[in-house]
Design a protein around this ligand. Structure first.
Ligand SMILES: [Zn+2]
Length: 290
């Protein structure tokens, strides 16, 4: 499930929780103040009668009801004042004041971010995005100077984030190629997780798994807002199942303007000369993360 679907579910949970909390709050207030319970049930009854009068088009009865309702409301106001009860006692309260239970807050740059109250949904979405094995990979622990070349890493991060956030629409297919052991996987996973927190659907997969996943996962790979294919290598794409799958999803995703990043330890030219021909043609025209 995508983070948006998970948040929609947790929104329903929040609504149920708000209703429960309101029930509980009302029960306590009515216990402490039975006269308030009485006047509230009187008002509810009068409103019911008024509705019937409206259906019957009985003007006299409507007027009587209106009169009685306003008298009951005056009485209620007196009770609230004398007992120092908040006039909003019968309204639901948001569980999370930061996001008003929507699950999203505005970030500094104006983009929507998943609120901290939905940590569970984020974790679940991360697990569902092919990232279950990478619990400890996190942008908050990420440092550009981790392997030296701080400026270079910082540029790579910016470049990956701008592709993920659709800021660069010149290409839909991107190649992030760098030497082995340069922290590519860590960086790519951090950006995938950041995408989840931004409410995007994301999938991370190793090249060799392409074409060999469950049909439901293949669908997710096709439709995710952001897809990373890691450990991308020419010889892996010589497997015909893998090649057909990658070729078809690159085409489907490109047609829908969804961004795909291939992460590889091989230079672009080597990939072009060793990949399945259809894929090589696409890599020739892809954008470069650098
Ligand atoms: Zn919240």
């Amino acid at each position: 499930m995508t983070i948006k679907e998970l948040i929609a579910i947790s929104n329903k949970e929040a609504a149920a929780e708000r209703a429960l909390r309101l029930d509980d709050k009302l029960r306590k207030i009515y216990e402490a103040c039975p006269e308030l319970r009485e006047v509230d049930s009187r008002i509810a009854e009068l409103k019911g009668n008024r509705l019937i009068a409206v259906i019957d088009k009985n003007k006299d009865l409507i007027n009587i009801c209106d009169d009685e309702i306003s008298k009951a409301k005056e009485q209620k106001d007196l009770i609230l004042k004398s007992k120092k009860i908040d006039p909003k006692y019968d309204e639901e309260e948001f569980i999370c004041s930061k996001c008003s239970d929507t699950g999203f807050v505005k970030g500094k740059d104006g983009t929507d971010k998943v609120c901290s109250c939905r940590k569970e949904s984020v974790l679940e979405a991360i697990r569902d995005s092919g990232l279950a094995d990478y619990g400890s990979f996190d942008m908050r622990n990420y440092r550009n100077d981790y392997l030296g070349d701080e400026a270079g890493r910082s540029k790579l991060l910016t470049s990956l984030v701008s592709v993920m956030m659709n800021k660069d629409n010149s290409k839909d297919l991107w190649l992030y190629s760098d030497k082995p052991q340069s922290g590519k996987t860590y960086l790519a996973i951090c950006v995938c997780k950041a995408a989840v927190r931004l409410g995007k659907s994301v999938y991370y997969i190793k090249c060799e798994e392409c074409g060999y996943t469950k049909p439901s996962v293949s669908e997710e790979i096709k439709y995710a807002d952001f897809l990373v294919i890691d450990d991308f290598a020419g010889e892996v794409t010589q497997d015909s199942t893998c090649a057909s799958f990658i070729n078809s999803i690159i085409e489907a995703r490109g047609a829908a303007g969804r961004k795909t990043v291939l992460v590889s330890a091989m230079p672009k030219d080597d990939l072009i000369s060793t990949c399945d021909m259809r894929i090589a043609g696409k890599i020739r025209n892809c954008g470069d993360i650098k």
